[in-house]
Each structure stands twice: as C-alpha cells, then as structure tokens.
Design a protein around this ligand. Structure first.
Ligand code: AHR
Length: 330
C-alpha cells in the first residue's frame, strides 16, 4: 500500500514536471506488456520552422505507426529535458527518444534509463558521451558536412562574395544555441572549408540561439560594429530571416550587398532564396519521424540497429529553390 502511494506520487510529480515544460500524452497506459509501444519524446522546443516541421513529423509518424507518444517541449532548457526523461522513466515507457538541446551533461539521466532497461534513441542531435552503451542509435544529419557545404559555397563564389571588391571576404556568423551539436559542428565545418582561401575571414561570430528574434538582434549589432560585411553565414534559416529584417532596415540589399548562406531549407528560407534575398541554403531534413518509429519498433523488439543513421540531404541555389518550392513539404 505504502509502496503504491509512493509510486503514484512519483508519477504525479513527473506528470506535473512534464506539464510545466509543455507536454501532451497519447493516452494509453505504458509499462504494460500489451504488445503496444509507448514512446516518451523530449523535444528541444519550438525555436524554429525546422523544429515545428520536426515535431509534426514525429507526431504524425507515431500515429501512423500505432505508437503512443508522450511528448514534451523543453523550451530550449536542458533541465526541462532531463525532468521529462526522468518522468518517462517513472512512467515506464517502452522507449525514450530525444533531441538533446546541448551536447554535454547527459550521462547521469541516460544511465538511469539504462538501469530501468528503457532503450534510448537520439534523434537530430548527438550527445558528447564516452559511453555509447547509453543509447541504441543516433538518427540525424552530419552537421560538420553541412558547415563544410556552406563554407565551400564561399570558396567557390569568392569573386562574387567580395561585395566591395577590396580583395577580402569578411564573414559574420550567426551561431545556433551555445553548446548544441549543430552550432559546434556547423561552425567547425565552415571554418574547415574556408581555410582553402586565406582572403575569407570570420570577423564576428555570435549566438542567435537558432531564433528569428536572436538573428535579428545580433545582426543589428554586427551592422553597427563592422565596417563592411561581405557574407553572412547563419547557422539556420530562422536566424537568417531575422537578419534579413535588420539588413533591410539598415538600407542594404540582402543577397546583393551582403551574400547570405543558411542551413535548413524550410519554406520561408526557400522563399527568401527564390526571391534572391538568400544566396545558398544547405538542407537539413526535419522529417525524421518515419525512420524514428521504425527504429523504435526494432529496439523495443530487441533487434540490433545501426549505431549511426545518417539523413540524406542536398543544397539549393536560387534557381533550384524556385523549382523546389511548389512541392516543398515544410
Ligand atoms: O538541430 C537542428 C537545428 O535545430 C536546426 O538547424 C535548427 O533550425 C533547429 O533549431
């Protein structure tokens, strides 16, 4: 009796914690051996168009796969994600999936999941942990490659990218969330690719937290503090779209006076590219839901899965964006 009370209290505290950071529950009771799968998904937040498309893909695919989804939105805070994961452990879900807001600091909670025999799947972003037994697989993009593709565009278009013709290509960078895998890796890939041309220099780099508002505010500062900007590398479309507003408000023409490269290829970003306001987008696919549900079924059934599953992605220039836009899914 006492035990039951303690267990019930723990679950209610967990449920409370989940609702505090925004959650929804597919309904059916978990932890039962009824052949049905319940997944606890701890999402980063709703910071960007990419994230909205990713959440929709996960929710739609869970429904299609007959998987009960317990979903929480961590509002870009690691402590909220940890609370959500602990709550899923208490609720004895069959599988936990999450996209870690930052790379480090996950070992303790992932060990708790392992001890509870609940498999964990990483989606979209990786964790930086030496113990790879803490999760079954990681499904998502290679962010270093994405950064390299962005940097390669500047190398390949160096003449055009030198917008004031002074022989130097001054780049400003809008970084994603500090400590997040895509921010670290895209920055690294961009720096690596642009090493090929010593004229290319990142003269300022600051986080815009992957949001439009963040991108706008940081770009306003860059425009005030930099003598001249040839290129903006925004590590996602939303920050690039926010920066567009700042550039236009400063009386400059985005895409001409300042060349703009972004990552994601969500609808609004592709529209800006088709309109000539962006110059190049590196695609990062948010449509991870169907593959995630297949993996969940396999790991719950105790089947072996590949430890790393890469997403297939492309790039878009302005003409390609015009062509792709009418049939773009997100
Ligand atoms: O982790 C993927 C990144 O997170 C996307 O590029 C960005 O838009 C999102 O917020």
């Amino acid at each position: 009796m006492k035990k039951t009370l303690i267990a019930t209290t723990a679950i209610s505290v967990g449920a409370l914690m989940l609702s505090a950071c925004g959650s929804s529950d597919g309904g059916s009771a978990s932890g039962k051996d009824d052949g049905k799968i319940t997944m606890g998904f701890a999402q980063v937040g709703a910071e960007s168009g990419w994230r909205t498309a990713n959440t929709k893909s996960i929710q739609d695919s869970a429904k299609e796969a007959g998987i009960t989804l317990k979903f929480s939105d961590a509002q870009q805070k690691q402590e909220n994600q940890i609370k959500a994961i602990r709550s899923y452990i208490q609720q004895k879900v069959d599988v936990i999936a999450f996209s870690p807001v930052v790379e480090t600091g996950w070992d303790t909670v992932l060990l708790e999941a392992k001890r509870a025999h609940i498999p964990v799947i990483l989606t979209d972003r990786a964790v930086d942990s030496k113990d790879t037994s803490l999760y079954k697989t990681f499904l998502g993009s290679d962010f270093v490659v994405e950064g390299k593709k962005a940097g390669q565009w500047v190398v390949d278009n160096a003449k055009d990218a030198d917008t004031n013709g002074d022989g130097k290509i001054d780049v400003v960078q809008l970084e994603g969330t500090t400590g997040a895998a895509p921010a670290i890796d895209r920055g690294e890939g961009f720096a690596d690719a642009t090493k090929a041309n010593p004229a290319i220099k990142v003269v300022a780099s600051q986080t815009g937290d992957f949001t439009r508002d963040g991108g706008k505010k940081v770009m306003e500062t860059f425009l005030k503090t930099q003598k001249h900007i040839d290129v903006l590398f925004a590590q996602n479309d939303d920050m690039g779209l926010g920066a567009l507003e700042a550039i236009e408000a400063a009386g400059l023409k985005p895409g001409q006076d300042i060349k703009i490269i972004t990552v994601d290829a969500v609808h609004d970003g592709m529209q800006a590219l088709a309109d000539g306001k962006f110059n190049f987008i590196v695609e990062c696919s948010p449509l991870l839901g169907p593959q995630l549900m297949d993996l969940a079924k396999k790991v719950v059934a105790g089947q072996e899965v590949e430890p790393r599953i890469l997403t297939e992605e492309t790039t878009f220039d302005q003409a390609q964006a015009k062509e792709a836009l009418p049939t773009r899914k997100y």
